[in-house]
Structure formats: C-alpha cells, structure tokens
Design a binder for this molecule. Structure first.
Ligand code: PMP
Length: 425
C-alpha cells in the first residue's frame, strides 16, 4: 500500500499541530501505525491521501450513520449555507431538529443544543447540581463523558488508550466531588450511595459503554441505577452521545426501557458536523437561564447549517427505519470474526450491540473496565494493522467502538470477515 503522500502530510502536520493531530486517538500511536489522512469518503468507504480505499468502521467515531457524503446531508448543508452560516439568532431549523429529538426521546420535554458532547455533559451536570443543590457526581470507570475537568478521573477513550488515569492540569479539588463506581456492578453503586447519598446530585452513565470498547449493560443494571438514583433523590443522566439514534431511534433508553431524568446527545444529531444536546424533564430544564438560575450559553449553539444537516439525518432515519437491518448485519459480522478466531485457536471475544462492535482479544466476556484492560492490546494493534493493510479501517484502539453505517452491505461484511481470516489466522 502506497503511503508517500500521507507520510509527507503527517510530517507537515507535526510542524504546526501538536503531535500532528487535533485529537489524541487520531495519532494511531496506540496501534503502532502512522496517522491516517483522509482525502474523501463515499458511503461505507474512506479514501486516504494516497488513494487507498478502506471499508470504514470508524464512521467519524460514530457521528455518521448514513455513510459518508450522503445526498440528503449534502443538500441540507448547501441549502442552509446559501442563506448564511449563522446569525447568533434563533432559526426555525433549530426548532425542527429539537422537535425530531423530542419525538424520538419521550423522556425529553425540553432541550438545549450545544456544540460538542463535552459541552452537553458539562452543562447537564451543572444543571443537575443546580437543581438538586448537591455537588457529587457518580461516574463509572472506563466510561467517557468528554474532556471537562470533573470527568477526567479513570475515564475511557483516549485516557484508557494512552494509560492516563488522571490528566495533569486538573486540580484535585475539581475531582473531589467525582465518585467512581464500576460498570455493571450495582454493589459498587450501592456502597457509594450509602456513604454519600445526601450529597449526590446525579448518577451519570453511558447506558451502553462505548469508550472502554463496547460493553453493554447486564440485565437489570440500568434499572438498578434508576432505583439507586430515586432512593437518594439524585438525578439519573444517560450519556447517549454515542448511542442516541445509533442503537435505536430512541437510543439506549428505548432499547432497555429505562427512563433517565436527563439525556446528553451528540454525534449523529449533527449529521457529521459539530454538535451536542442535553435535555430531559421540563421542571429540571426550566432551571436554565433565561428561565432559571443555572447559566449556560453558546455563540454557535444551534447553528443553522449543523441543525439542517442533523434534521436531514433524523428525518431520513425516520423514513427508512434502518436499525433492525443494521443490527442484523453487525451481528453477522461479529459472529463471522469470532468464528474465524475460534477456528484459528485465537482467544477473541466480539462484543456487539446494535450497529456497534468491538473485537476484544481475550477468552473471557468483557463486562467492565477491569476485564477490558485485561485484553491483549498488542494483539489488537497487530490485528488493526493487518486489517488496515487489507483495506478495513477499525478504531485505532482496543478501547473504542466500531460502527456500521446504512451503506455497509452484506458484501462489505463478507469482505471484512475474509480480511479477518487472514489477519487472525
Ligand atoms: N460522551 C460520550 C459517551 C462520548 O463518547 C464522547 C466522545 N466520543 C463525548 C461524551 C464527548 O463528545 P465530544 O468529543 O463531541 O466532545
């Protein structure tokens, strides 16, 4: 595979952008590969600067569900941008996007659009603290909620990838109110609630964890969190930045039938452009300025080009209802890769939920951060490099999730399994 233009581009990038990348995991350093430079995308495929084609399972880290450069998204962006790229004033397209989100998420009476998942979670937690008058936040080891100070304690995603348990630059006092429980372990939640109950503002969780690799909740875990929150008068926040409109039209909360008080969203709702959102019960959301006393704001929040792209995606999802088909294809892919490994005698556990999957190099089921960390990350790195060489782009870390789009075909899945046979065998 020719990589001459990419090599030059990476050298160029390193001269002006820290580490050559604008987000750490893009460096591919955890899998011992050079950063990939994208030239363009088309449906399920990504083309790099040197013209190599990959079946893309990164899908902009889950921000894209209709495949690259989908025509409804391109049209929406063109249509909105013809009139201007933003006014710092309200527009009708923001209402349309908000209404589409509300229709899909019955737990959301009111919402706010922001510019990233980080911002959405930061704002939702501030609101939970303002509403309850309490300060403590329960999070789960290996989950990731963006890079704001309070959540950089034992987090997943790039923190897990690069083995950074806590970031420098976060004063200890800023994480003093952050309590870390174990995913899929209600006993760890109970113990924290017993000790700190009255002081806890919210329990914040990725209902299906995607940032320690993909780890679905065990039966009863999410219901148990609902009960635990109710038992101490705290709010339950589902961080559905990845799972919203990905796992089902109504996210993980619809799939598992558990209703949170607040929900954070991002990725898909912006049609591949920068966005975040948080919303939930009306009586809580009305505590936000200008109605209430919890402050939150944003120059570019609800940007009409982004809102147009997001609304176009949500309407297309509503029209085509692709989630069952996405799940069938992802399950086939997961089974195919797992069978390949079994025949080769390689310990591999493929976790899959909806159109998301992770190949964990371990013989054990992965249920939490501890079991995720026990996987053979060197073996993942070698698998990643061989798959890339064979034209398949997976997430460049054991602790991230792969995504199918509606453009991935059965033939793409079969080609991916054939590539895995060679990579694993
Ligand atoms: N929450 C979750 C569950 C995420 O996966 C992410 C990012 N992948 C974020 C929050 C932060 O979103 P952003 O990168 O848009 O700030």
């Amino acid at each position: 595979m020719d990589k001459a233009l990419i090599t030059n581009a990476f050298e160029r990038a390193k001269r002006s952008i820290v580490g050559g990348v604008n987000s750490p995991v893009r460096s591919f350093s955890a899998v011992g590969a050079p950063a990939l430079f994208a030239e363009r995308g088309e449906g399920a495929y990504l083309y790099d600067l040197d013209g190599n084609r990959y079946i893309d399972y990164l899908m902009s880290w889950g921000a894209i569900i209709l495949g690259h450069a989908h025509e409804v998204v391109r049209y929406a962006i063109e249509d909105a941008s013809k009139r201007g790229t933003g006014y710092g004033l309200s527009t009708e397209i923001e209402c349309e996007l908000a209404e589409l989100i509300k229709q899909a998420f019955p737990s959301i009476d009111l919402l706010r659009l922001v510019n990233s998942g980080t911002e959405a979670v930061m704002s939702a937690v501030r609101l939970a603290r303002g509403y309850t008058g309490r300060n403590k936040v329960v999070i789960f080891e290996g989950c990731y909620h963006g890079h704001s100070d309070a959540f950089l304690a034992k987090a997943g995603s790039g923190m897990a990838t690069f083995g950074i348990p806590k970031s420098k630059g976060v004063p200890p006092s800023f994480v003093r109110e952050t309590l870390v429980a174990q995913f899929n372990d209600l006993e760890s939640v109970k113990a924290i609630c017993e000790e700190h109950g009255e002081g806890i503002a919210c329990i914040l969780v990725e209902p299906v964890a995607g940032n320690m690799g993909l780890v679905p909740p065990r039966d009863g875990f999410l219901e148990g969190l609902r009960e635990a929150a109710d038992g101490i008068g705290a709010l339950l926040i589902f961080d559905e930045v990845i799972t919203g409109f990905r796992l089902s039209s109504g996210g993980a909360q619809k799939r598992y039938g558990v209703r949170p008080d607040l929900t954070t969203l991002g990725k898909i709702i912006g049609g591949g452009l920068p966005i975040g959102a948080f919303g939930g019960r009306g009586d809580i959301m009305e505590r936000l300025a200008p109605l209430g006393d919890v402050y939150q704001a944003g120059t570019l929040s609800g940007n009409p080009v982004v809102a147009g792209a997001g609304a176009a995606v949500l309407k297309e999802l509503k029209r085509t209802n692709p989630h069952a088909e996405l799940e069938r294809r992802a399950a086939e892919l997961a089974r195919g890769i797992e069978e390949t490994a079994r025949s080769a005698g390689v310990p591999l556990y493929v976790s899959q939920c909806g159109p998301m999957f992770t190949c964990f190099f371990t013989a054990e089921e992965v249920v939490d951060y501890k079991s995720a960390r026990e996987c053979d990350t060197d073996r993942y790195a070698s698998f990643f490099r061989k798959m890339l060489e064979a034209g398949v782009l997976l997430p460049p870390s054991q602790f991230e999730t792969a995504f199918l789009s509606t453009c991935h075909t059965d033939e793409d899945v079969a080609a991916t399994i054939r590539a895995a046979e060679k990579a694993i065998g």
